[in-house]
Design a protein around this ligand. Structure first.
Ligand SMILES: Cc1ncc(C[n+]2csc(CCOP(=O)(O)OP(=O)(O)O)c2C)c(N)n1
Length: 662
């Protein structure tokens, strides 16, 4: 790694601005020194130090415009101080107090503050990069002439998200600055065990983007370059990769120490300290006096003490179940819109498409993204003709990168857009899983932002497509607080529920059974209407038993019950999160016997949850144990006979007979 002594060029800087940059650099150092003392006294828990790296955070934050979003990591205190985040609230955050940014729900730097243009990390590091690309897309779509900036460590550059985010940003020419803080070590892993190209900046070539390496300890170099890059890409949108060379002077977090760092390496970088070097330079130039320094230190010290006073005097959080549950989702009652009188007969797939079209007209801020969804119309043709109707900016083909696209969708949402992501097959959502379950799902609970993203999931088996194009994976998501899970069984509901999903500001997983796409038709109202979440539908009245089901299960149940002339009530749940507990109560109290039917495999399927609810709350209304009929606990097999044997449908008759005979 190339490193020369610090030299400063002051060209273009007034003395006042040079002093101001010094003050900005001093603030995070002094806060950290105080935190390290408190840590030793056991008054705060964990601490991730940015000592030695402050010039990058401070330089970046000072270089951008106030309304440009910065995506921070765990060593970017200097962004928070430069953007003047109130210290009392910041300290309260670190102490898990209610007035902190996450109200005690998340720790350290895992939060953001939109008024300060800061979006903090989730622990998983890389996802930040895609969010910043999403914000850059929002800027580009709105023609705002603004940039976004995301930090990553050199360790984070080994993650798939780094590749995905840089690649999409390059393909879409997004005005985003990706800053690598190359500080020599991941947790304890040296750069030689992290990557083998000579410099990380070399990676820019592979993405076809501009890439530069600078001295991350030199505040003026960082500030000047980011200011120039930002000015350039505001005018001429494109991503830039900026590798800032620096060093992590303390342990990964305080408890872990730095034993694995050779002494001479530590000494080398200590001599290049960004604060002391800059201070000496300014003093030597006669720009900063001892008196100036004392004045600044006094002022910062006072602010720190006041902030600490505020945070320490606040009592610990009081926990109430109601308050915690209330913040998992953004409040949304969603006014229900009834359908008009005109109907058209439509196939399931056309109803989804019609719903999406209505959604595009209703929400001009809605952007669609997915593989092959533009001119090609998507593999199931749901977006056929959409480019002609809405243009390529709003109907976007994506590179093959589910995680980055979900992250970009979230970035769009941070800027007030709505996003719909089409998974080509629901199975491929596994590649975007982290963004969904950790970012989208937890965002509102953690710091009150909404993730206005709908993910369409062509799902299910029965089409001879084998283990990777047939899965029912709704239970992956019903288990994650913060997500809504919608699963229509017919064209009418598909359109109305999709429109409700697009209107809802919360993240929604919208399952569409692909075997129903062209097999099922029905009357679909013209125009805009919504089917509300959490309202099950009685598909068929009965008295002897209830079949609780959804999606394809509804069709299996109707077919069998009609054929067997059984006296069974069929209830279509329509949404799995939220569930319609009232409808479940009502039908159980009426029929006293329950069979839960789903295409998903038995173990850990939503059927287990429904069964537990019924046993716990409706036990005295039952005349028989709750029976679950689900698919075999195997991957979905390919050959016709094997698939038939796998699917729950083949065991429905036996299950219902057993239930009725009990
Ligand atoms: C997906 C994931 N894997 C592992 C970790 C644990 N972890 C946290 S920080 C870190 C090292 C990160 O190194 P780098 O990106 O270089 O940033 P630095 O800590 O050096 O600033 C590791 C392994 C994590 N947070 N997320």
């Amino acid at each position: 790694m190339l490193k020369t002594a610090l030299t400063y060029s002051v060209e273009g800087y007034s003395e006042e601005s040079l002093r101001e940059l010094y003050r900005l650099l001093l603030a995070p150092r002094m806060i950290e020194e105080k935190m390290l003392k408190l840590l030793r006294q056991g008054r705060i828990s964990k601490w991730f130090s940015g000592i030695g790296q402050e010039a990058i955070s401070v330089g970046a934050a000072a270089a951008l415009l106030q309304d440009e979003l910065i995506f921070t990591m765990h060593r970017n205190l200097g962004v928070f101080t430069t953007r003047q985040v109130p210290l009392g609230k910041l300290f309260a955050q670190w102490q898990g107090k209610r007035s902190g940014y996450t109200m005690g729900r998340d720790r350290s730097f895992h939060f953001g503050s939109m008024p300060h243009g800061i979006v903090g990390m989730i622990s998983h590091l890389g996802p930040q990069l895609s969010l910043a690309a999403g914000v850059a897309l929002a800027h580009k779509l709105a023609g705002e002439g603004r940039v976004s900036l995301a930090f990553t460590g050199e360790g984070g550059t080994s993650q798939g998200e780094f590749h995905e985010a840089l690649n999409v940003a390059a393909v879409w020419k997004l005005p985003v600055i990706f800053v690598i803080e190359n500080n020599g070590y991941g947790l304890s892993t040296p750069t030689t065990e992290q990557y083998v190209c000579p410099d990380l900046v070399d990676k820019g070539i592979g993405y076809g983007i501009r890439a530069e390496q600078i001295d991350g300890n030199n505040i003026l170099e960082v500030h000047r370059r980011i200011r120039e890059i930002a000015a350039g890409i505001r005018e001429n949108p494109q991503p830039v990769l900026l590798e800032c060379l620096t060093f992590r002077m303390r342990g990964h977090e305080e408890a872990s120490g730095t034993k694995y760092v050779p002494d001479d390496l530590m000494a080398h970088w200590a001599a290049l300290d960004p604060l002391t070097n800059y201070q000496s330079f300014l003093q030597a130039e006669g720009i900063l006096s001892d008196y100036d320094i004392e004045l600044m230190r006094d002022q910062i010290r006072r602010e720190i003490e006041e902030g600490l006073q505020e945070a320490f005097s606040e009592p610990d959080c009081e926990a109430t179940i109601g308050e915690e549950l209330a913040d998992v989702y953004a409040p949304w009652t969603g006014t229900e819109v009834s359908p008009g009188p005109e109907n058209r007969e439509m196939r399931f797939v056309d109803a989804v498409s019609d719903g999406l079209r209505e959604g595009m007209s209703k929400h001009p801020e809605l952007v669609l993204m997915g593989q092959d969804i533009a001119d090609y119309g998507g593999v199931f043709k749901v977006t056929d003709g959409f480019v002609e109707a809405f243009g390529k900016e709003r109907v976007r083909n994506t590179p093959l990168c589910e995680s980055a696209i979900v992250g970009i969708a979230l970035g769009l949402s941070l800027k007030g857009y709505k996003a719909m992501v089409e998974m080509q097959f629901a199975d491929f959502v596994s590649c975007g899983f982290n963004q969904i379950v950790n970012n989208l799902a937890k965002l509102h609970y953690r710091w009150g932002q909404t993730a206005d993203v709908c993910i369409r999931m062509p799902t299910g088996a029965g089409v001879g497509a084998g283990p990777f194009h047939s899965q029912s994976n709704e239970a992956w998501f019903t288990h994650t607080p913060g997500l809504k899970v919608v699963y229509p069984s017919n064209p009418h509901d598909a359109k109305g529920l999709l429109l409700a999903s697009l209107a809802d500001p919360n993240p929604v997983l919208f399952f569409e059974h692909k075997a129903l796409y062209r097999r099922v038709s029905g009357a679909v109202p013209d125009g805009y209407y919504t089917v509300p979440f959490g309202k099950a539908r009685v598909v068929r009245d009965g008295t002897q038993a209830t079949i609780l089901t959804y999606g394809m299960g509804v069709h299996w149940a109707v077919e069998y019950v009609e054929e067997a002339e059984a006296d069974a009530e069929i209830v279509d749940l329509r949404t799995l999160q939220p569930l319609d507990y009232d409808a479940i109560d009502e039908t159980v109290k009426k029929c006293h016997r329950v069979l839960i039917l789903h295409e998903d495999t038995l173990f850990g399927g939503i059927g287990g949850e429904l069964s537990a609810y019924i046993s716990e709350h409706l036990f005295e209304h039952l005349d028989a144990p709750v029976i679950r009929v689900a698919s075999l606990n195997t991957p979905v097999p390919f050959a016709g006979n094997l698939e038939e044997n796998f699917l729950a449908k083949s065991r429905l008759k036996e299950g219902l007979e057993k239930l009725l005979a009990y």
